[in-house]
Every structure is written in C-alpha cells, then in structure tokens.
Design a protein around this ligand. Structure first.
Ligand code: AMP
Length: 172
C-alpha cells in the first residue's frame, strides 16, 4: 500500500516555509497504521535488538509499539526538564530552531543493542543527538528507523555510519 498517500502535508506549520508532514492521518486509519508497524517489524525481525529508544514525541508512538512487539524494553528520549530522575543532555539543531534532548542516566546498560526510532528524518540533528546520548551511556546503535525521510534535507549524511531505514521517502 502507498503509505505516502496517507500523510497529510500542512504548509507553513509551525512556521512559514515548513511543509509539516502530519502522521495523524495515517494513524487514524487502522489499515496504513498496521501496514507501517508491520513493515518496520519485518525490517528488524532477524536483528539483535535489546532496547528501542523513542524520540519525543511522535517517536514514542512507533517506538513503544515496536518495543512491545519485539519483546524488548522501551526508553524515552525527552525534551529538557521532562524526565524526573538524573539525566544526560545533548544539544541539537532542528529544521526549525534548536533544542536539547535528555535521557535518564540509568536507561541503558553498556553493550545493549539499541534501535533508535522517530517519525521523521529531516536534517538529522535530532536523531544524531539521540545516537550520541545512547553511545555516551555505552549503548550500541544497531539501527535508526523513521516512518518518513525528507530526502532533500540529506539527514542521512549526518547519520553516516549508522544503519538508517525509512518507510516513506519524500522529496518536497
Ligand atoms: P531533524 O532534527 O531536522 O531531523 O528533525 C526531526 C524532528 O523534527 C522529528 O522529531 C520530526 O518529528 C520533526 N520535524 C522536522 N521537520 C518536520 C516536518 N517537515 N514535518 C513534521 N515533523 C518534522
């Protein structure tokens, strides 16, 4: 099925010039929702994964489902000030603005194999910062998975050295 058709494009959100890729239209329809989850699960079926790390906030949707279905744990990476216990932090640049991400210091054990998950790859800064957090805690990033990749922003280049998967490529 053509998953790209189920994504809504919202021009000038949240700021002028950004074409926001709205995944709620995919999520609200059980057929593409299941197709997307199943395609991601198939891609990692034979891979050793100990933990799925999901990036706030839409990465939580995919990450938690994948972790549950894989029978592994789920770790949230959150915006600053949201996680209650001791955290480590990484700064990153977004397609619009800058931000930071945090992870609990005890969220991973050294040597754990980690799948990083988010809804969309734009410039790659968010995912790169997340991979850095994982590695600072001694985790090994075995894959970085996205529902959507905005190919014209070349986020994949920023993630060179990582195994990157996206289900939908968009060139505008
Ligand atoms: P980046 O760090 O530039 O790869 O940005 C990726 C993060 O920003 C992801 O968490 C996305 O959810 C969000 N994001 C960036 N650009 C868009 C966009 N055009 N539409 C929807 N979400 C976006």
């Amino acid at each position: 099925m053509d998953l790209a058709q189920t994504i809504r494009n919202v021009p000038d959100f949240p700021v002028e010039g950004i074409q926001f890729k709205d995944i709620t239209t995919l999520l609200q329809d059980p057929v593409p929702f299941r197709a997307a989850v199943d395609e991601m699960l198939d891609a990692y079926r034979d891979r050793p994964i100990d933990v799925v790390v999901g990036i706030e906030s839409r990465g939580f949707i995919w990450g938690a489902i994948l972790a549950y279905e894989m029978g592994v744990g789920f770790v949230p990476v959150r915006k600053p000030g949201k996680l209650p216990a001791e955290t480590i932090r990484a700064e990153y640049a977004l397609e619009y603005g800058t931000n930071a991400l945090e992870m609990h210091v005890d969220a991973l054990r050294p040597g754990q194999k980690v799948l990083v998950v988010d809804d969309l790859l734009a410039t790659g800064g968010t995912a790169k910062a997340t991979c850095e957090l994982v590695e600072r805690l001694g985790g090994e990033v075995v894959g970085v998975a996205f529902l959507i990749e905005l190919t014209f922003l070349h986020g994949r280049d920023k993630l060179s050295g990582y195994d990157v998967l996206s289900l939908i490529s968009m060139d505008d």
